[in-house]
Design a binder for this molecule. Structure first.
Ligand SMILES: C[S@@+](CC[C@H](N)C(=O)[O-])C[C@H]1O[C@@H](n2cnc3c(N)ncnc32)[C@H](O)[C@@H]1O
Length: 217
C-alpha cells in the first residue's frame, strides 16, 4: 500500500496495463474513459458500479468528477487499494458471479475482466446479474474477440516452445467471445445491444478486443 494517495498512473499499473501489448499510457486512458462516457450517454450525476474493478483505475476519473462509484473484485489487495484511493465509496471483495442487484447503479461496467472467467456459463450468469443491477446502462468492455483468437494466441506464445508455453500458462487460458455473445445472452430482455471496435491510443490489444454497450428500455 502506498503512503500517499495513489494517482491514476499508479492505479493503471496496479491493474496490469503497464507492459507489453497491454500497456496503456495515462493520457490514452483518460481519452478512453471519456469516450466510454460518451458512448454510453453517461449523465453528470450517474452512479457507476464495476465488476472486477481491481484497484479502480477505470472508476477513478468518474470518482474525481463527483460520480458515486462502487465495485467488487476477488483480489483483496486491489480492493484495499481502491478503497484507499476512493474513500467513502463502496468496494467489496467478491467474485463477479456474486454481483447482487441491490443496490442498483445507473451504469454497471466490467473493463478487461471477462477474459479471465472460468467458463462461458460463468460469463452468461454474470452478464444477467449486471443487467439486473443496472438502472439504465451496462458496459462489457475490452472483450477478447474470438475472430482473432488464433493470432492473439500466436503472439502470446511468441518464441516459447509448446512445452514452455504449457508450463507458463497452464490454467491461465483466456476466454474469447463471439461479437454477438452478449446479445444472445440478453435476447428476450428489454435491452438494445451495440458492439464497438476497441480504440485506445497505442494499445497493442485493440485489434483483438471489442466493447459492448447495453441500454435498458
Ligand atoms: C486487467 S484487470 C482490470 C481491472 C479494472 N477493471 C480496470 O479496468 O482497471 C482484471 C481484473 O479482473 C479481476 N477478476 C478476474 N476474474 C474475476 C472474477 N471472476 N471475479 C472478480 N474479479 C475478477 C482481477 O482480479 C483484476 O483485478
Amino acid at each position: 500500500m502506498p503512503d500517499d494517495k495513489p494517482n491514476l498512473e499508479f492505479l493503471i499499473e496496479a491493474d496490469g496495463f503497464n507492459s507489453g501489448a497491454g500497456k496503456i499510457e495515462t493520457a490514452a486512458w483518460l481519452k478512453y474513459v471519456s469516450s466510454v462516457a460518451k458512448l454510453t450517454g453517461l449523465r453528470e450525476r450517474d452512479s457507476i458500479f464495476e465488476v472486477g474493478c481491481g484497484s479502480g483505475a477505470f472508476l477513478y476519473e468518474f470518482y474525481k468528477k463527483g460520480h458515486r462509484v462502487g465495485g467488487i473484485d476477488y483480489s483483496p489487495s486491489l480492493i484495499e487499494l481502491a478503497a484507499f484511493a476512493m474513500p467513502g465509496m463502496d468496494f467489496e471483495v467478491k467474485e463477479a458471479l456474486e454481483t447482487e442487484s441491490d443496490p442498483m447503479y445507473d451504469f454497471v461496467v466490467a473493463n478487461s475482466v471477462f477474459q479471465y472467467f472460468p467458463s462461458y456459463d460463468y460469463a452468461e450468469d454474470t452478464i444477467l446479474k449486471m443487467y439486473h443491477k443496472a438502472e439504465r446502462i451496462v458496459g462489457i468492455l475490452d472483450l477478447n474477440d474470438s475472430a482473432h483468437e488464433e493470432e492473439a494466441l500466436r503472439i502470446r506464445r511468441g518464441a516459447l516452445t509448446e512445452g514452455e508455453y504449457e508450463r507458463k500458462y497452464a490454467g491461465l487460458n483466456h476466454l474469447f467471445y463471439e461479437r454477438d455473445f452478449v446479445a444472445k445472452v440478453l435476447a428476450g430482455q428489454k435491452a438494445s445491444v451495440r458492439v464497438y471496435d476497441q480504440r485506445i491510443e497505442n494499445y497493442g490489444n485493440n485489434k483483438f478486443r471489442f466493447n459492448v454497450v447495453i441500454e435498458k428500455w
